[in-house]
Design a protein around this ligand. Structure first.
Ligand code: ZN
Length: 250
């Protein structure tokens, strides 16, 4: 009996640990249809070739531009300043990818930087990865792994986001550096990204192009790890549109 109570307590503790922070309302069919049409009909600007130096400067610029809004957000949400600054790494890998790891590291690839047209598109990705840090998603994803393994489930290949992993082998880092976040965590990260970009004065419709781009890419099947760890397609675009319209109202 005591053992049973103890086990239920442990289980309760684990489940309450992994409770997602934000709940999102479901999208309706009209919103999905609208997104499908946008993905089908939008002709995006061609990606711009960027050297390593140009990429690093661009991302540093983005970090500088979004830091005031992110700091403000951290202050309002009682997040210590130490957690509200980020280390960004350029990874010389052709895969279109970006990921959050360690305490506050964000890694973005050459493939990403050469796969997009505008600064706004890159900014959306960087702010999305920042959100995974600020939302404590990495710790939660690790708890998800723990809970999954305790429950005897097979979760597939999941690698923790330690900085060591990236330094050990950059290639492996690009392929497996992304933790498997929950759908709610991904939605939360997109929502936060929009919020921070708006407060930083970025053009949100320009930023939206990366969501359309990824959806078009995933339809054409030139997929990458990014698509396996991030939701793509109409649903993601529809959520973006919904948030954007709400911002316009306020
Ligand atoms: Zn993500």
């Amino acid at each position: 009996m005591i053992r049973k109570v103890f086990l239920s307590f442990i289980l309760f503790f684990l489940i309450s640990c992994v409770a997602p922070g934000t709940k999102f309302e479901d999208l309706d069919q009209a919103q999905i249809d609208e997104a499908v049409a946008i993905i089908k009909n939008t002709e995006l600007a061609k990606p711009v070739e960027r050297s390593r130096k140009e990429s690093v400067i661009l991302v540093e610029d983005i970090i500088e531009k979004i830091t005031p809004a992110a700091n403000q957000w951290c202050k309002e949400n009682n997040i210590p300043q130490a957690r509200c600054s980020w280390k960004v790494n350029y990874l010389d890998d052709d895969m279109f990818n970006a990921f959050a790891s360690g305490r506050n590291t964000i890694t973005y690839t050459k493939g990403l930087m050469n796969g997009v047209a505008s600064e706004e598109e890159v900014a959306f990705v960087i702010a999305h990865e920042i959100a995974h840090h600020l939302g404590n998603h990495i710790a939660n994803a690790q708890r998800n792994i723990l809970l999954g393994s305790l429950a005897g489930r097979i979760l597939g290949t999941v690698v923790d986001g330690s900085d060591d992993l990236i330094s050990q082998t950059t290639d492996l880092g690009a392929r497996f550096g992304s933790l498997v976040f929950s759908r709610d965590q991904e939605k939360e990260a997109d929502f936060f990204s929009l919020l921070i970009l708006k407060d930083s004065g970025y053009d949100l419709l320009e930023a939206r192009n990366i969501v359309i781009r990824m959806a078009q890419k995933s339809e054409r099947e030139d997929r990458s790890t990014f698509f396996d760890t991030h939701p793509t397609g109409p649903e993601r675009l529809a959520s973006f549109n919904k948030t954007y319209k709400e911002f316009l109202k306020n």
